[in-house]
Write a protein that binds this ligand. Structure first.
Ligand code: B12
Length: 232
């Protein structure tokens, strides 16, 4: 899956909300020799395009729902391959990452890609799903002995819940216990810096490099100078 034609069929399957076709392409991509990340990138671009069209009123919610289902069917088909590829070079990294989409937000696709890539890179993942309460994130991190809390937000209206987790950690005197990473479509590096997050990355591959850097011990969670990794 590298020729423009093949990418075009993936594009079309997601735009049409054709779950079956998207899953079939996903299975093909999973069997192919090359790394599936290129196809994941294409699929991610297409679903964002769908979101833009929804934003401008060119598409309606049912169409966005169908496109999202097709994207998820594609991702379900390639997830095992992504894991297998990364596991080749991954050693167990002895760090746990609690990850979830913040309160009020049910977008899971990007968070799942980040969780899959981190898991495949040797990190132990505690995935709290979507609409995750701030206290749930902290309690899960405490209970599991995690070093990282990853917060995904896809809506401007849910981004404040990323800040709320950080503020709560401060209030509880637990800011030094966990690195807080933020990301998701509308979450900029500047916003991450403003809310005193420890880390920001624009995509899943960069998120893995970000966690690797923070896990290397170059800084501590209470040092809130933002560490970031740009995409490639
Ligand atoms: C798919 C989608 C849906 C699907 C979600 C399905 C699912 N299970 O996720 C459905 C159809 C259900 C949906 C529902 C809604 N949606 Co919606 N949706 C989208 C869409 C089109 C794509 C999101 C996506 O999956 N992107 C692809 C992934 C791969 O990218 P990503 O999430 O950004 O993740 C990458 C990076 O950001 C990063 N990353 C992500 N998380 C993290 C975390 C960390 C720690 C790090 C380091 C990195 C990182 O790595 C990821 C992988 O590379 C966006 C459009 C857009 N431009 O984002 C709208 C969009 C986010 N949705 C929007 C809206 C309004 C809604 C609804 C309110 C619609 C409605 N009227 O009901 C509801 C939300 C209900 C709720 N309470 O949450 C708006 C939000 C506007 C705003 N206020 O900001 C958008 C922007 C569309 C638009 N242009 O208007 N949506």
């Amino acid at each position: 899956m590298s020729s423009p034609d093949e990418y075009e069929s993936l594009r079309q399957a997601i735009l049409d909300g054709d779950e079956e076709a998207a899953a079939a392409i996903g299975h093909e991509v999973a069997k192919a020799a090359e790394n599936p990340l290129g196809a994941v990138e294409v699929a991610s671009e297409v679903i964002r395009e769908v979101g833009d069209k929804f934003g401008t009123g060119e598409l309606f919610l049912p169409e966005m729902v169908l496109a999202a289902e097709a994207m998820q069917a594609f991702m379900a088909a390639v997830a095992a391959r992504l894991e297998a590829d990364a596991e080749g070079g991954a050693s167990q990294k002895h760090h746990k990452v609690v990850i979830g989409t913040v309160q009020g937000d049910i977008h899971s696709i990007g968070k799942n890609i980040v969780a899959t890539m981190l898991g495949a890179s040797g990190y132990e993942i505690v995935d709290l799903g979507v609409n995750m309460g701030p206290m749930d994130a902290i309690e899960a991190a405490e209970k599991s002995g995690a070093s990282f809390i990853g917060l995904s937000a896809l809506m401007t209206t849910s981004m404040p819940y990323q800040k709320e987790v950080i503020d709560l950690l401060d209030e509880l005197n637990q800011r030094d216990d966990f690195f807080v990473l933020v990301g998701g479509g509308p979450v900029t590096r500047g916003y991450a810096d403003d809310i005193n997050a420890n880390g920001w990355a624009p995509d899943a591959a960069a998120a893995v490099r970000l966690v690797d850097r923070l896990a290397s011990g170059e800084t501590t969670p209470s040092d809130t100078t933002l560490v970031y990794v740009e995409g490639e």
